[in-house]
Design a protein around this ligand. Structure first.
Ligand SMILES: *Cc1c(COP(=O)(O)O)cnc(C)c1O
Length: 350
């Protein structure tokens, strides 16, 4: 199979780490791995003197942890930007934990109306704003720098889910004044799913977090992590994969990584244009390309699997998403487009 979903195609040497001997985690060796990962992650997200908390769980767990430890402790209204299913997840988490929240809806594939956003924040006066940098369900990239400027004007704390934009789109955690970011291993980090990461800005040093979730407790995790240990058994092999990935990423440099993802995205978008697949996203992330096929949208996903390709259905009829994370060449993308076009043109009998 060729993968245009997450995590995408991974180098054999990194994939094979999963087949190696499994290390014991209560060792100086493993503590060093964790510490190295923290240092490299903070460097790549441009966060000086911050902290990270890794959880052995998917990205949603990191969102959950931010709500129970941080948003709960703020004891005020949350403001949620909802432009698709991941924004809606912030809203659902707030409701689940009985946190009063105000939803700011953004139309499918549209950019945020930042003036309207500022007016809403002025009226609602929330304690914290929860959003995505990239709403992966549509492919829309939001301008976090603008969101952050608005937040700072009204003294609103900013939490950004960068799960699918970290290492795909420019992101400056300190410069943009983001208090918390979160990501997970199966997206920009391009390794196995199973670990999620919370990034805490140095501005939160000494913050009194809430204690509403035993496993995800920030304070308990942070205390253990000062010596490079997680309180509970971590997914050690994924840590080793992530460590190897981060070492390579630091050598490459974050700007180079992003420009490679962008180059693939722009190339595939030129193919979409040629094939007249409408790309509705006003301001697209480099991470994925979202497009409408003209025919056979109800068959495309299954037919592509038969042909050896994973692509993502988009939730909206005839809408599909292709990820640009992981290894892919122009030839690969040509081949993908040819196959989509072939399926589009097949006459399926009844
Ligand atoms: C993938 C993703 C998540 C988390 O999904 P999990 O399946 O829990 O890893 C959350 N937010 C965004 C923007 C995502 O792309």
């Amino acid at each position: 199979m060729k993968s245009y979903v997450f995590p995408g195609e991974i180098e054999k040497e990194i994939r094979n780490i999963n087949a190696q001997e499994i290390p014991y985690m209560r060792t100086a060796f493993f503590s060093q791995i964790v510490k190295d990962c923290e240092k490299m992650l903070l460097e790549l997200i441009h966060c000086r003197d911050g902290r990270i908390i890794p959880y052995t769980a998917s990205g949603t767990a990191a969102m959950d942890a931010v709500i129970t430890n941080y948003v709960k402790a703020l004891d005020g209204k949350a403001f949620v930007i909802v432009g698709g299913s991941f924004g809606r997840r912030w809203h659902q988490l707030c409701d689940y934990y009985n946190i009063e929240n105000e939803v700011f809806n953004v139309e499918f594939a549209k950019d945020i109306d930042y003036e309207a956003l500022e007016n809403a924040i002025m009226t609602v006066r929330p304690k914290v704003l929860l959003c995505q940098q990239h709403e992966t369900s549509t492919g829309a990239l939001y301008d976090v720098k603008k969101i952050s400027e608005i937040c700072h004007r009204y003294d609103v704390s900013l939490v950004v889910d960068v799960i699918s934009s970290f290492l795909a789109d420019p992101l400056y955690m300190d410069e943009w004044g983001i208090d918390i970011c979160l990501t997970s291993t199966q997206k920009g980090l391009n390794v196995s799913p199973g670990l999620s990461i919370v990034f805490l800005s140095s501005r939160l040093n000494g913050f009194q977090f809430a204690h509403e979730s035993y496993y995800f407790d920030f304070e308990e995790n942070l205390k253990n992590l000062t010596r490079g240990q997680t309180p509970y058994s971590p997914a050690t092999t994924i840590f080793l994969q992530m460590h190897e990935r981060l070492k390579r990423d630091v050598v490459l440099g974050v700007d180079n990584i992003i420009s490679q993802v962008r180059k693939r995205a722009l190339y595939f978008r030129s193919l979409c244009k040629k094939n007249e697949w409408e790309m509705p996203v006003e301001c697209p992330s480099n991470c994925i390309t979202g497009f409408f096929v003209r025919r056979n949208g109800d068959r495309l996903f299954a037919e592509m699997i038969k042909r050896g390709f994973y692509i993502m259905p988009g939730g909206t009829p005839d809408y599909f998403r292709v990820s640009h994370l992981g290894l892919q060449t122009e030839d690969d993308l040509n081949n993908l487009a040819v196959n989509i076009k072939e399926v589009e043109n097949v006459e399926f009998g009844i």
